[in-house]
Design a protein around this ligand. Structure first.
Ligand SMILES: Cc1ncc(C[n+]2csc(CCOP(=O)(O)OP(=O)(O)O)c2C)c(N)n1
Ligand SMILES: [Mg+2]
Length: 576
């Protein structure tokens, strides 16, 4: 089989249903193979950055990995930001790019971006786990296997393979052998670490067990598919659970033990409790404890007895703060080991369940979950984004996937939306590239066509990747695009307006008719201006079961629900 068909057949065998690309001369040989691989749908994006974001969204929603193709040179450079977002959020995608034939390298050929010229392999190197060119057809099988293995192993992330056109058109002999399932679901656990954790939680020597134990769940729980394990663990030992924004939904937000989000756009119970100084053991599950996930590395979140960090990636454990109990391993597996203990071992911890229940009641009674929750009922015109997101939550089914972009709307979604499932809240939280959610949402919907999906984006984000709604229309991918249209780069405007009208004007955007734009590209669309129009418009978009854009006219002057984060930012001093 030619290299082109070989690669596609390997992806199909790995369970991939869609690949995303922008065609061009350097990948021309792939076109016949793409048209002839049953079970694999090629989706042609408007821009290579869009194609790579689609692969990222596909990976995050589907739980396997994403695949995208581009020509070398401008196709690869167009992908740089999207690949960086996958890298910083540890999302497994593979970029296959075309390259000039090996005997043209460095001779001044059109679009030569081989290592002898522009070197797009090197351009992607710092943004990927592995970036290489296949220069010998005998290495196609090996490099593909090695790259996919690196992409999936450990913390996961993007990889890149550049394939010259002469190699694309050469026969590969070795058969593709499907990757072992363990790569997708690593189940390893450090038993010694779990024992240390257990001695801490349920001392066997008669010393008192800690009462105030709190779990902070990060993206590692999502990657591990450990929601069920976490719910079972929390319920058995009455342990309250907060999540990071990135991991929103890995613990159902309406569960009685949920404290909501800790960190950026976080909720009052999580923030007040974790910063109270009253937590004895903080059990961090699969979170790298980034700036936004720690409220500016706020040391008040350090527990009085022990910080426990469970992570599959040793590099993450102890990076932010020294930990008393490090546990290397898959979050789900670690919890399963604990859950396999019998009553003799768990009794010491279970005996403190009533005290934790009382603690939880105290947390609940201390105040509302939301900051400025009254805004969810605001009748103001233009609309308040909090009202928009709250109405959206009421109308959309429980298992809706929300894909959120970068801007003020990110904070409104994080705070006022609720998620109840893993992989149902997707956002590029570590890099925050504007426009990412539009194509990522298309990829996510391709991976999970069974789930209703809404992309929440801004008018500024639309100016960056809005053209990709055309891709959704073209392929009938039934994503709903909700544009928080506030005539501004809202997040920046909120800061700039404090500096005066000159700086503010630099962050304003003409109020465009995004519904008309969408219709011109083949989508259905509606414009919403009044609060009472929100629910019927959402219902209409849901029932249309087709690509649909909602242009929702909002007030740019609404401040975002991130007061604790902003306070922490002001108070931060470098104490190291
Ligand atoms: C690629 C990129 N450029 C610039 C920024 C800085 N930035 C963050 S949010 C934002 C404004 C987003 O505007 P919009 O999409 O209208 O959302 P809103 O804040 O109004 O909700 C900007 C410019 C960024 N995050 N990414
Ligand atoms: Mg805006």
């Amino acid at each position: 089989m030619l290299t082109t068909g070989y690669l596609l057949e390997a992806f199909r065998q790995e369970g991939i249903t869609h690949v995303f690309l922008v065609p061009g001369g350097l990948i021309d040989p792939f076109l016949p193979a793409l048209a002839a691989t049953p079970g694999l749908t090629p989706v042609v994006a408007a821009h290579e950055g869009g194609a790579a974001c689609m692969a990222d969204g596909y990976a995050r929603a589907g739980g396997r990995f994403g695949v995208c193709f581009a020509i070398g040179g401008p196709g690869v450079t167009n992908m740089v930001t999207a690949v960086a977002a996958a890298r910083t959020d540890f999302s497994p995608i593979i970029v296959i790019s075309g390259q000039v034939p090996t005997n043209w390298e460095g001779r001044g050929g059109f679009q030569d971006s081989s290592p002898a010229a522009l070197n797009d392999v090197a351009i992607l190197q710092p943004l990927t786990i592995s970036s290489l060119m296949v220069e010998n057809v005998h290495l196609v099988n090996h490099h593909l296997r090695a790259s996919l293995t690196k992409m999936l192993a450990g913390a996961k992330g993007p990889v890149h393979i550049s394939v010259p056109t002469d190699i694309q058109q050469t026969e590969v002999q070795a058969p593709w052998v499907t990757l072992d399932e363990t790569l997708y679901n690593p189940r390893f656990v450090d038993r010694h670490g779990v024992e240390r954790l257990w001695r801490l939680l349920a001392p066997a020597d008669g010393s008192p067990a800690p009462v105030r134990i709190l779990a902070l769940a990060g993206a590692g729980v999502e990657k591990s598919g450990a929601t069920r394990d976490l719910v079972a663990f929390a319920e058995r030992f009455e342990i309250p659970v907060a999540t990071t924004l990135r991991a929103k939904g890995v613990f159902p937000e309406d569960h009685r033990l949920s404290l909501g989000i800790f960190g950026y756009a976080g909720h009052r119970p999580a923030i007040d409790t974790i910063l109270s100084g009253g937590v004895e053991v903080l059990l961090v599950l699969g979170s790298g404890l980034s700036q936004r996930d720690t409220l500016f590395w706020d040391r008040r979140m350090l527990p009085s007895r022990a910080l426990v960090q469970v992570d599959i990636d040793l590099q993450v454990i102890g990076r932010t703060w020294p930990v008393e109990v490090p546990v290397v391993g898959d979050c789900g597996r670690v919890l399963q080991v604990v859950m396999s203990y019998d009553y003799n071992l768990t009794q010491a911890l279970e005996s403190t369940n009533p005290q934790r229940r009382a603690w939880l009641a105290h947390i609940r009674d201390a105040g509302p979950r939301l900051y400025e929750g009254e805004n969810t009922g605001s009748a103001a015109l233009p609309l308040h984004p909090a009202r928009v997101i709250a109405e959206l939550r009421r109308v959309m089914p429980r298992d809706t996937v929300l894909v959120v972009d970068s801007g003020a709307h990110r904070a409104f979604c994080g705070h006022y939306w609720e998620s109840y499932e893993s992989r149902s809240y997707l956002s590029a939280t570590n890099l925050g590239p504007m426009g990412w959610a539009i194509p990522a949402g298309i990829g996510a919907k391709a991976a999970r066509p069974d789930k209703p999906l809404v992309v929440v984006t801004g008018d500024g984000c639309m100016l960056m990747h809005g053209m990709e709604i055309q891709t959704a229309a073209r392929y009938g991918i039934a994503a709903i695009f909700l544009v928080i249209n506030n005539g501004a780069l809202g997040n920046v405007w909120l800061r700039a307006v404090k500096e005066g009208p000159g700086p503010a004007a630099l962050t304003e955007i003409p109020v465009h008719d995004w519904a008309a734009f969408a219709r011109s590209l083949g989508l259905q669309a509606a414009t919403v201006q009044q609060p009472e129009e929100l629910a019927p418009a959402f219902q209409q978009a849901l029932e249309a079961n087709a690509p649909f854009l909602l242009d929702v006219r909002c007030d740019r002057a609404c401040t975002t629900p991130v007061t604790p984060y902003n306070q922490a930012k002001q108070e931060w001093v470098d104490s190291d």
